[in-house]
Design a protein around this ligand. Structure first.
Ligand code: 4AD
Ligand code: MG
Length: 427
């Protein structure tokens, strides 16, 4: 037997056709002589009606919300039904009868997080997960179309990429290792062979702060490529973000509308994005009354305030080297400034960090020592620079932050099926 999906019924030519379908009961409403069941499957929701006296009546009476079932019936045009079609059911077979479903209206966010394994069935989460998958696919397409090769980085690592404060340690037989914070240092190895590489993999951060934009495990897209400079980084970043926005606006317009996101706003995202230096950012913030001086890092509040000056994404570049990582290349004529860039977006702040990597072995050794790190931990990283070093760049983008911004979500935890934060690692 072949089954028809809800999407096929709502978008195809099925009027007056007899169909078989299967799914779960999303809502149930009863009147004296009719039972209305909203049936959901992976692709959508459709109304079905069961008349008293029909063969399906008894099972329709017995069936509960979230029960799984297969049913057969005739598709009819019905203006009042969601999607404007409904199924007049002649037979229902219950597959799994559900107990009383604990999720009803007006439940607290906390409770929904406790029952995440059930909440993921909601229409909202179905739509977000669908768009998440499309966003990932769009990013893969973008890099492949430009000749980048996807590589698989290790998750167990021996030394920090982004500072010791957010490293998770992991017991590894009789030694201590860490969980990766970024694939970058490993991707740098591969550019000597493949030139243009990228990763799409989890990164782990022991973030102790409770914020709307931090997870302890997030998905990180990180390209790295040879023979390029800071300007190329900004250019690829703005092209990537615009490409993803356009693909989602065009390919997921129905999903976006259901989530009350205007696809037109995403279509508007186009290169070039505004670019300001760190110095200008500090001046803007001072004018807004922030107590910030040159050399101080920006936090969430500063980034949000700065973003109010721009309608969409923008870049801040040329940071003091002290507030950027040891691997950042500095200008030879301005040794205090790192060739580093962040992309910021409204309401969330930082979406990416990238820049040029220190490709000179001697300079790199100096930077590692200055940063108080142990040279021994970075032996292989420096070693690469001895054999045919090249100028190279890269950046990292948090997939969940991108989704949060594109969909206007209030909290990062809604962008990933099983969010990990300091307080939550269940289910
Ligand atoms: O700014 P970060 O720490 O930069 C790096 O890891 C570089 N090694 C990337 C590179 O050049 N290859 O992280 C990059 C991005 C951030 O801009 C942010 O979008 C995201 O990763 N990110 C997080 N997302 C969710 N939860 C967290 N705790 C995150 N920490 C960083
Ligand atoms: Mg950063």
């Amino acid at each position: 037997m072949s089954f028809t999906t809800v999407k096929e019924i709502l978008t195809g030519n099925y009027e007056d056709e007899h169909v078989f379908m299967r799914g779960w009961v999303y809502r149930k409403r009863e009147s004296k002589k009719t039972i209305f069941l909203l049936i959901r499957d992976a692709t959508g929701i459709i109304q079905s009606t069961i008349k008293e006296g029909s063969k399906a009546w008894k099972e329709a009476q017995r069936i509960t919300i979230e029960s799984s079932a297969s049913l057969s019936g005739t598709v009819r045009k019905e203006k009042r039904a969601p999607g404007e079609y409904e199924i007049t059911v002649d037979e229902i077979a219950i597959i799994g009868l559900a107990e009383k479903f604990p999720i009803a209206k007006d439940l607290s966010e906390e409770f929904l997080r406790d029952v995440r394994h059930l909440w993921l069935r909601s229409r909202k989460m179905n739509l977000i997960m669908r768009i998440r998958s499309e966003v990932l696919w769009a990013m893969h397409s973008f890099f492949r179309e430009r000749g980048f090769i996807e590589i698989s980085p290790p998750m167990f690592i021996t030394s920090a990429c982004e500072g010791g404060a957010t490293l998770f340690s992991a017991k590894y037989f009789d030694r201590d290792l860490y969980l990766t914070q970024s694939a970058q240092l490993y991707s740098e190895i591969l550019i000597y062979s493949l030139e243009k590489v990228y990763t799409c993999a989890p990164s782990f951060r022991a973030e102790k702060s409770r914020t709307i934009r931090h997870l302890t495990e997030y998905w990180h897209v990180e390209p790295e490529w040879a023979f390029a400079d800071l300007n190329d980084v900004m250019q690829i970043e703005e092209e990537l973000v615009s490409f993803v926005c356009k693909r989602i606006a065009e390919g997921c317009s129905k999903e976006l509308e259901e989530l009350k996101v205007d696809p037109g706003e995403l279509i508007k995202i186009k290169p070039p994005f505004p670019r300001i230096t760190y110095e200008e950012a500090v001046e803007r913030l001072q004018r807004k009354g922030f107590d910030i001086t040159w050399g101080t890092d920006m936090g969430f509040d500063e980034e949000k305030a700065l973003a109010e000056d721009f309608q969409g994404p923008f870049f801040v570049y040329d940071y003091p080297k002290e507030i950027k990582a040891f691997y950042c290349k500095t200008y030879r004529d301005k040794p205090g400034i790192a060739m580093s860039v962040d992309m910021l977006v409204p309401k969330i702040g930082e979406l990416t960090t990238g820049g040029a990597r220190e490709d000179d072995g001697t300079e790199l050794t100096k930077r590692i020592e200055e940063s108080g790190l142990s040279l021994e931990d970075y032996e292989w990283y420096v070693d690469m620079r001895r054999y045919g070093t090249v100028p190279h760049v890269g950046f990292g983008l948090g997939v969940e932050r991108l989704l949060m911004w594109m969909l206007g979500l209030n909290n990062i935890i809604d962008t990933i099926p099983f969010p990990r934060t300091m307080r939550r690692s269940y289910p």
